[in-house]
Design a protein around this ligand. Structure first.
Ligand SMILES: C[S@@+](CC[C@H](N)C(=O)[O-])C[C@H]1O[C@@H](n2cnc3c(N)ncnc32)[C@H](O)[C@@H]1O
Length: 254
């Protein structure tokens, strides 16, 4: 595999900018109040996706966000090779296993592969491979991803990673953009994941804020089709957005 010098790439510059920035973690609340718990139960009981989640046996309602993203942008097909960053508890992986035919349930169609990684433990899921308790910012986790991919070319890198919210929207924005920049770097640099040129795609969750445009601009350097999308399953009162990037063009001269 040719080595790619990413030292001058937009992803790396963005990575340095956000990782080098100080984050001020103010407003931590360690315990939910009774009112918080009551609000949470009320919201859950009214949410149609919570009911659907139980009907379809998904590990979390977030499954429907990926389903809606995929229905709109057509990213998954039988045989897709997928790397999923921030995979616990495994709801997105369940969707990938179904749509990429990882269990060979559709005969005569290619069999897909999904490798999920998370800081948290992930319960085993038939058809998926996981690296549990792996921090994707660490070299040892990146080495484990490279090893488990075993020279496969990757069709899609998904990041649903999220830091623990602090309660301060600007701080949470900076912290999630940092994770997005790391995910983008992993997707495009070619030293951990070898994303398919031409067909490779990247999806990344963020909480919108001042650095959204810079992140989108950095993504456009590597993909010819880049959209920002808020799937209907994403709650209206959340600043959550997804960058959906298609048609990886590799690292061009910058
Ligand atoms: C919203 S959850 C992912 C939900 C998952 N997509 C699903 O559908 O089941 C976000 C996850 O990002 C993980 N995460 C945050 N920072 C991470 C990091 N540095 N490395 C790996 N995972 C990380 C968290 O542990 C958390 O489980």
């Amino acid at each position: 595999m040719p080595t790619v010098d990413v030292s001058s790439s937009a992803a790396l510059r963005l990575f340095d900018a956000v990782v080098g920035r100080r984050t001020i973690c103010s407003g931590w609340r360690l315990f939910a109040t009774k009112a918080d718990t009551h609000r949470w139960h009320q919201r859950q009981s009214k949410d149609p996706y919570v009911k659907l989640r139980h009907e379809h046996n998904y590990r979390a309602r977030s499954a429907f966000k990926l389903i809606e993203i995929d229905d709109k942008f057509r990213l998954l097909r039988p045989g897709s090779v997928v790397v999923e960053l921030g995979a616990a508890p495994g709801a997105w992986s369940q969707v990938v296993v179904e749509r990429a035919n990882c269990l060979s349930q559709v005969k005569d169609q290619p069999i897909g592969f999904v490798l999920g990684v998370d800081l948290q433990p992930i319960a085993p899921l038939s058809g998926a491979e996981f690296i549990s308790m792996g921090d994707i910012t660490l070299k040892e986790t990146q080495d484990a991803i490279r090893q488990r991919l075993d020279d496969r070319l990757v069709d899609l890198v998904l990041s649903d990673m999220a830091p623990n919210p602090t309660g301060s929207a600007p701080t949470d924005h900076i912290r999630i953009v940092k994770l997005c920049a790391i995910a983008l770097r992993l997707a495009v640099a070619g030293d951990v994941v070898r994303l398919k040129q031409g067909g490779g795609a990247f999806v990344c969750k963020l909480w919108g804020g001042v650095d959204t445009d810079e992140l989108v601009a950095a993504t456009r350097k590597y993909f010819t089709k880049v959209n920002i999308y808020k799937p209907p399953a994403s709650r209206d009162d959340s600043s959550e957005l997804f960058i959906v990037a298609k048609n990886f063009i590799g690292i061009q001269n910058e």
